[in-house]
Design a protein around this ligand. Structure first.
Ligand code: NBG
Length: 819
C-alpha cells in the first residue's frame, strides 16, 4: 500500500471493533468494566492507528519525492489535547461521535479525559504547535523536533491564594495514546570528555571529540495531521536514556547505586521542562537538554538526507533548520563539528553549508531572556563545540574589523564572547552570525530588533533581519474551540474559512445586520454560560453572563502587567464603595496564569489577585457589579473554554516588551474586543480591525524610552492622581487579608519605592479611561455586536497558515507536496 493515501472514509463497524479490541488488548478492559478514561484511551489508540499509517506513507512519499523540508527545532511544543483536534483534522468528529454513542459513550465527555500534554511554557511553545498544524494543513514538508519530557510544565493549584506547584506526568499511567516509539530512529549523544588531535590517512592534522559520557536518544513520534488532507508529519520528541539501560556486573557486586548511576544521570536530562518563560536561568542541566535535543535532531536530519542518497554537500539544498529562539543554538556548532570532524569538509565548505541551512527566530527583547552560557561550562560539557565557537567568532571578528577598522567597541558588542567578569557565550549573536535569515515575530518587534537589539548586525548583513508576524491555527482556535460560532459562520459564508481564514472578511457585510448581530451575540452568551458553568462546578463561584467577561490569560510577568489590571480593579472597588454617582456595567475579571516557581513578585501578584477576589466576590455592598476569578492551572484546554466566552481581551504590556502575543489574536478571532497598548501584534490587530473596534491606550515605545531617560518618578503619578492613590493604598492594611496587615504591600512598594520598572503608574490614568470607553460601548449592545463581528471578520491575517507561507516564501523556499 506504499504511497497510497488512506482515504478519509470511515468504516464505523471496523472502528468500533478496533476500539473494543484496544479496550481489551491494550487496557485489559471489557465494555462492562471500562471507565470513561479507558474508553477515551481505546478510542484514541484506534484513531492513532490510522494516522500512524499515514505518517509512514507520508514519510516514504516525501523521501521518494526528493523535496526540500523544514526542520523546526524547538525545546517546547505546547500541543494541547490531540484527540478532539485530530477528529477535526480527520473530518471525523460527527461520525466518531455517532460511533461512540452507539457504544454508549458520549464523545464530549470522553474528550475531557485527555490530560493536556504541557510540553511548553507559553506563547513560544504554543506557536510551535500552531506552526506544525499549518505546515501539515498546507503540506509543506516538515519535521518538528522537540524533547520528550517526562514531566511537562507544573500543575498549578492555590493554597489560601498562593501558587502551589505539582509535577505534571502528562502521559499518565497508561502512556499517551497518540505517541509511537520509533526505536529504529534512536540516536546517541555525548557529553564531557576531551578533544583529540590526530593525523589522518592523507597526513593532515585533524581534531575529534572523545566524549566522556554517552546517552541514548529514544525517538517518539506524535502525528501532526493535516487538515482534511492525507499528509501526516512527525513531531519527533527525544527521550534521554542511558546507552546501556542496566549494568549487571556492579549490581551483582552489590553496587546498586553505581549500577544505575548512568541511567539516573541520563534520565534526568529529559525529566522535566524548565518552567521559565522569557527568562534565562543558566542551569547546567538545561544546557544538557539543549545539546541533547540538537545532537539527536541534527543526526536525524543527516540520517534522512544521506539515506535519500544525497551527498553531504547538498544538505542546504534539501534541508533548512529553523531555530525557535536561541534554545537550539548549539545545533550550529554541532553541524559544524560533524561536517568538519566526521565528513572531513574544509572549514569554508562546512561554514557555507551551515550558513545556508540555519534560520533563527527571535522571540524577545527582554535582556533577562537573552541566553548566555558560561564559557567554562561549555568547555566542560562540550569541549569540541567551544573550539568551534571560538573559530567562528575569530573569523567573524575579522569581518567586523574589515567593515569597521579599529572599532573595538563594535567588536565587543558583536562578539560571541562577552568579556568582563566571567566570560559568557552569547547565543543570540551566534545565531545571527550562523543563520541565513533572522526574524522577529511582529512588525514592531522586528523593527526594534533592527533598531535596538542588533543595529550593527543589520548594517553588516543587510536584508538578513526580517519580520514574520505570528499567527494561530484557526482549526483549534475557532473551529474546534468554538463550535457554535463556527456553525454560524459556515451558514453565512460557507465552510472554506478554516483552510483560508481571509474568507472571514465576508462576514463584515453582516456586521450591521440586526438578525446576524443577535445570533452572534446569542452564541457569545452561550459560550459565556459554558464558562460560567465550568467556574461554578470547579470553583463554586456564580457568574452573571450579562456582565462583561474581561479576560487576561497568559503567563504571569511584570511586563504583561497583570498588576495594572489589578490596580484598575481596586479603583473600581474604591469607586463603588465611595462614589455614589459611580455607575458601571457589571464586570467579571477573569485571570489565568502560571508564575515561574522562582519568580517571587509574580507569585505575590497571583496571591494579591486571589485575595482581592475573595473579598470582592463576597462583599454585598458591591451589588454583584464586580467579580474576580483566578482560574488555576492555565493550559491549552482551559484557553479553549475561556477564549470563546470573552468580551474583553486584556493585552496591556508595557510598549516594547511583548514581542507579539498570540492570545491577542485568538481572542479577537473569537469576537473579544482588545484593550491594549501599542505593543507587539496589537499594532497590527488595530490596523486590521480599525480604531473603532479596539481600545488602545498608554505610552508608545518611544514615549516609554523618553520617560525613562528623563528619570521616571512613579510617586509623582501617585501624588497627583487621587484615584490611583486610593487604589494603591488599598494594598496597605488588611482590607483583603484580614488579620494579616500589609500582606499585599510588596506590590505597592515595587511600584513606588521600587521604581515601577514597567510603567504601571504612568499608564494607569489612560487605562482607566479606556476601560470607561469599554463600559460605555458595551451599553450599546448592537454597537458592541458590530465591533465583535468585525473583529472576527477582519483578523484573517493572523492565521498561522499565513505566517507559514511568509516563512516558506521569504525564508525557507519550500514547495508544497500534495498527497
Ligand atoms: C514569546 C513572546 C510572545 C510571543 C511568543 C511567540 C518567549 C521568549 N517569547 O510575545 O513573549 O508571542 O514568544 O513568538 O517566550
Amino acid at each position: 500500500m506504499q504511497n497510497q493515501p488512506q482515504a478519509l472514509s470511515f468504516d464505523k463497524a471496523a472502528f468500533q471493533a478496533s476500539v473494543k479490541q484496544h479496550l481489551l488488548t491494550t487496557y485489559a478492559q471489557t465494555p462492562a468494566t471500562a471507565s470513561a478514561r479507558h474508553w477515551y484511551l481505546a478510542m484514541s489508540r484506534a484513531l492513532a492507528e490510522t494516522s500512524t499509517g499515514n505518517l509512514i506513507d507520508t514519510e516514504q512519499h516525501l523521501a521518494a519525492t526528493d523535496c526540500r523540508s523544514v526542520n523546526y527545532l524547538s525545546l517546547e511544543f505546547l500541543i494541547g489535547r490531540l484527540t478532539g483536534n485530530n477528529l477535526i483534522s480527520l473530518d471525523l468528529y460527527a461520525p466518531v461521535a455517532e460511533a461512540m454513542a452507539e457504544l454508549g459513550q458520549n464523545l464530549t465527555d470522553l474528550l475531557e479525559e485527555e490530560r493536556d500534554p504541557a510540553l511548553g511554557n507559553g506563547g513560544l511553545g504554543r506557536l510551535a504547535a500552531c506552526f506544525m498544524d499549518s505546515l501539515a494543513a498546507q503540506e509543506f514538508p516538515a519535521v518538528g523536533y522537540g524533547l520528550h519530557y517526562e514531566y511537562g510544565l507544573f500543575r498549578q493549584s492555590f493554597d489560601q491564594g498562593r501558587q502551589m506547584e505539582a509535577p505534571d506526568g502528562w502521559r499518565g499511567q497508561e502512556g499517551y495514546p497518540w505517541e509511537i516509539q520509533r526505536p529504529e530512529l534512536n540516536q546517541t549523544a555525548g557529553f564531557y570528555g576531551r578533544v583529540e588531535v590526530y593525523t589522518d590517512e592523507q597526513g593532515a592534522q585533524r581534531r575529534r571529540w572523545v566524549p566522556g559520557m554517552q546517552v541514548e536518544g529514544v525517538a517518539w513520534d506524535l502525528p501532526v495531521i493535516g487538515y482534511q488532507n492525507h499528509s501526516v508529519y512527525p513531531l519527533r520528541l527525544w527521550e534521554c536514556r542511558a546507552p546501556v539501560p542496566f549494568r549487571l556486573a556492579p549490581f551483582n557486586e552489590g553496587d546498586y547505586v553505581g549500577a544505575q548511576a548512568a541511567a539516573i544521570e541520563a534520565g534526568n536530562i529529559t525529566k522535566v521542562l524548565y518552567p521559565n518563560d522569557n527568562h534565562d536561568q543558566g542551569k547546567t542541566l538545561r544546557l544538557m537538554q539543549q545539546y541533547f535535543h540538537c545532537a539527536c535532531s541534527v543526526a536525524d536530519i543527516l540520517r534522512r538526507h544521506l539515506a535519500a542518497g544525497h551527498p553531504i554537500e547538498a544538505l542546504a539544498a534539501q534541508e533548512t533548520i529553523q531555530l525557535n529562539d536561541t534554545h537550539p543554538t548549539i545545533a550550529i556548532p554541532e553541524l559544524m563539528r560533524i561536517l568538519l570532524d566526521e565528513h572531513q569538509l574544509s572549514w569554508e565548505a562546512a561554514w557555507s553549508i551551515c550558513n545556508q541551512v540555519f534560520a533563527y527566530t527571535n522571540h524577545t527583547l527582554l535582556p533577562e531572556a537573552l541566553e548566555t552560557w558560561s564559557e567554562a561550562l561549555i568547555a566542560e560539557l562540550l569541549p569540541r563545540h567551544l573550539e568551534i565557537i571560538f573559530e567562528i567568532n575569530h573569523r567573524f571578528m575579522a569581518e567586523v574589523e574589515a567593515k569597521w577598522p579599529g572599532r573595538d567597541d563594535i567588536k565587543q558588542k558583536l562578539s560571541v564572547i562577552q568579556e568582563g567578569g566571567q566570560r559568557m557565550v552569547r547565543m543570540a549573536n551566534l545565531c545571527v552570525i550562523g543563520s541565513y535569515a533572522v526574524n522577529g515575530v511582529a512588525a514592531l518587534h522586528s523593527e526594534l530588533v533592527k533598531r535596538d537589539l542588533f543595529p550593527e548586525f543589520d548594517a553588516l548583513f543587510p536584508g538578513k533581519l526580517q519580520n514574520v508576524t505570528n499567527g494561530v491555527t484557526p482549526r483549534r482556535w475557532l473551529k474546534f474551540c468554538n463550535p457554535a460560532l463556527s456553525q454560524l459562520i459556515d451558514e453565512k459564508i460557507g465552510t472554506g474559512w478554516p483552510a483560508q481564514l481571509s474568507q472571514l472578511s465576508a462576514l463584515a457585510d453582516f456586521a450591521d445586520d440586526a438578525e446576524f448581530q443577535q445570533r452572534y451575540m446569542a452564541v457569545k452568551k452561550a459560550n459565556k454560560q459554558r464558562l460560567a458553568d465550568w467556574v461554578a462546578d470547579n470553583l463554586g463561584i456564580a457568574l452573571d453572563t450579562d456582565a462583561i467577561f474581561d479576560v487576561q490569560i497568559k503567563r504571569l510577568h511584570e511586563y504583561k502587567r497583570q498588576h495594572l489590571n489589578l490596580v484598575h480593579i481596586l479603583s473600581l472597588y474604591h469607586r463603588l464603595l465611595n462614589d455614589p454617582q459611580f455607575e458601571m456595567t457589571p464586570r467579571v475579571f477573569i485571570f489565568a496564569a502560571k508564575a515561574a516557581p522562582g519568580y517571587a513578585l509574580a507569585k505575590e501578584i497571583i496571591f494579591a489577585i486571589n485575595k482581592v477576589a475573595e473579598q470582592v466576590n463576597n462583599d454585598p455592598r458591591l451589588g454583584g457589579k464586580l467579580k474576580v476569578v483566578f482560574i488555576p492551572d492555565y493550559r491549552v484546554s482551559l484557553a479553549e473554554i475561556i477564549i470563546p466566552a470573552a468580551d474583553v481581551s486584556e493585552q496591556i504590556s508595557t510598549a516594547g516588551k511583548e514581542a507579539s502575543g498570540t492570545g491577542n489574536m485568538k481572542l479577537a478571532l473569537n469576537g473579544a474586543l482588545t484593550v491594549g497598548t501599542m505593543d507587539g501584534a496589537n499594532v497590527e490587530i488595530r490596523e486590521e480591525v480599525g480604531d473603532d473596534n479596539i481600545f488602545i491606550f498608554g505610552l508608545l515605545v518611544d514615549e516609554v524610552l523618553e520617560l525613562k531617560q528623563q528619570g521616571y518618578q512613579p510617586a509623582r503619578y501617585y501624588e497627583s492622581d487621587s484615584l490611583l492613590k486610593a487604589s494603591l493604598d488599598l494594598l496597605l492594611g488588611d482590607t483583603f487579608t484580614p488579620g494579616e496587615p500589609d500582606a499585599l504591600a510588596g506590590i505597592r512598594h515595587n511600584l513606588l519605592e521600587g521604581g515601577d520598572p514597567y510603567f504601571v503608574l504612568a499608564d494607569f490614568a489612560d487605562y482607566v479611561s479606556a476601560q470607561e470607553r469599554i463600559d460605555e460601548a458595551y451599553r450599546d449592545q448592537a454597537g458592541w455586536a458590530r465591533k465583535a463581528i468585525l473583529n472576527t471578520a477582519l483578523v484573517g491575517k493572523f492565521s498561522s497558515d499565513r505566517s507559514i507561507r511568509d516563512y516558506v516564501n521569504n525564508i525557507w523556499q519550500l514547495e508544497a507536496v500534495k498527497r
